[in-house]
Design a protein around this ligand. Structure first.
Ligand SMILES: [Zn+2]
Ligand SMILES: [Zn+2]
Length: 451
């Protein structure tokens, strides 16, 4: 139905054939993965005829790793390279200062941008290239997240996180020899971003069963492939072997491409991502450091799996419809809760999203009946979910953090993310199901206290 193959070191998605009824596109992007392929950067770029004048965006961390080499290779090949070297004492933030520096490096005759770096540098190039109406090329330096192929740039405006629509790179070069020199924490982050797909897939299946949400089996096949590549290579990833790094970046790229195939992030992001976003936004509001994206997603996944275990063990016949009806939230109370949890500004914005209001009682009843009638089928279809113990054992083997406290998330933030993560967007999840069953607080409490 869907898969990929290599033509030389070029990764090619095979035709998506699923009959799901949704429109699918294969992105027009050249993706190269292999050992030592940075040396062919100029050749890869020349195949796309992007012009001769480029701005190369990199920072002091990756310049020695790959930036200097990329710069020299491109100059030697005759490109006119203007270097945008972002120098920071602390980690580089994708904020207005960095974007300003990139734009100031650009000249009137700049033809395209090349980023050499991981998430932040790619997002800076993605956004400024889009603003300038120019293409860009990404040289990935770490298998740390699935966003190389993304069309959204998560940026910072002041201390507010903003997600700006942008474009994907025309050429993506992932040299395994470069990527394997990245610190283990970055690969742990990449691994967490992939492990989160278990939850995204489970919630999507739930949405399909409970209210006929459009569902694409070919995209799920790509996600399964991504999960399989990573979970079967844990020791290799930890040891930074060629094979481990290659399988991790392949998993991340397959997951990222799924978003382009289907046109939204349903296959790759659900509650585990919402929780990670919540932690990041709250840490930013407090002016504190936040865990990296994929590491947060990986830790959140453990909690959501625990939550799923309560849901899957629930006896739907014991749901008392009259009691659930009596305890239904009013719109006012729910809006107040969301604003309290996220802060006035973000909370109000979230509540304005289409479909993010409370559902009617008849609709809630219908969903509860559907859950009750389909619980056996749901348990069967979600049997692919690993147990919490299995995932914790993977994290132990990898050396990854497991608990919120390990990554600086206190119990208040953890509890709030479990209670209100679902309000980040209306996409149906097991947390919506639990809230509609009147079980959300009980199960969140059980997860947080470990009982
Ligand atoms: Zn992610
Ligand atoms: Zn499909």
């Amino acid at each position: 139905m869907a898969g990929f193959s290599y033509e030389g070191e070029r990764l090619v998605l095979t035709e998506v054939d699923c009959g799901c009824g949704m429109e699918h596109g294969i992105p027009d992007m050249d993706i190269y993965i292999g050992n030592g392929i940075l040396s062919r950067l100029a050749e890869y770029i020349s195949r796309r005829s992007l012009g001769n004048n480029l701005v190369l965006i990199t920072d002091n961390v990756v310049y020695d790793l790959a930036g200097r080499r990329a710069e020299k290779l491109l100059r030697d090949a005759g490109y006119n390279v203007t270097l945008c070297y972002l120098e920071r004492d602390e980690p580089l933030h994708p904020n207005e200062a960095a974007i300003g520096e990139v734009l100031l490096t650009m000249e009137k005759d700049t033809d395209f941008f090349v980023s050499v770096g991981s998430g932040t540098l790619t997002d800076l190039a993605r956004y400024t290239a889009m603003c300038a109406g120019k293409p860009f090329v990404s040289v990935g330096t770490a298998a740390s997240m699935d966003g190389y192929t993304s069309v959204i740039a998560p940026l910072l405006h002041g201390s507010q996180k903003v997600n700006k629509p942008a474009g994907y790179p025309e050429v993506l070069v992932c040299d395994i020899d470069v990527m394997k020199t990245a610190p283990l924490e970055m690969m742990i982050s990449g691994f967490g971003d992939v492990i989160g797909k278990y939850i995204a897939k489970a919630d999507w299946i739930l949405g399909r069963i409970v209210h006929d949400e459009p569902y694409c089996p070919a995209c799920v096949e790509l996600i399964d492939e991504a999960l399989q590549r990573c979970t079967s290579s844990i020791d290799d990833i930890r040891n930074g072997t060629d094979e481990g790094v290659q399988r991790l970046i392949e998993g991340l790229i397959l997951a990222g491409l799924t978003v382009l195939v289907i046109g939204h992030t349903r296959p790759v992001a659900s509650m585990e991502h919402n929780m990670g976003h919540y932690w990041e936004m709250m840490k930013l509001q407090r002016g504190e450091d936040h865990p990296s994206h994929g590491t947060a997603v990986g830790v959140a996944t453990g909690y959501v799996l625990q939550f799923y275990e309560h849901f899957l063990a629930a006896d739907m016949d014991r749901v008392d419809l009259e009691a659930v009806k009596a305890e239904r939230l009013t719109d006012e109370l729910r809006n107040e809760q969301v604003r309290n949890a996220y802060g006035q500004h973000i909370g109000s914005r979230l509540l304005e999203q289409e479909g993010n209001g409370l559902i009617s009682w008849p609709e809630q009843q219908r969903r509860l009946m559907t859950l009750r009638d389909n619980m056996d089928c749901i348990r069967r279809e979600l049997a692919f979910l690993p147990s919490v113990e299995e995932v914790m054992a993977m994290y132990d083997r990898l050396g990854a953090p497991k608990a919120a406290a390990d990554i600086g998330i206190d119990q208040g933030l953890l509890t709030n993310s479990l209670l209100y993560g679902k309000d980040y967007r209306p996409r149906y999840s097991v947390f919506h199901a639990a809230a509609e069953m009147g079980m959300l607080e009980t199960w969140v409490n059980a997860v947080v206290t470990g009982h």
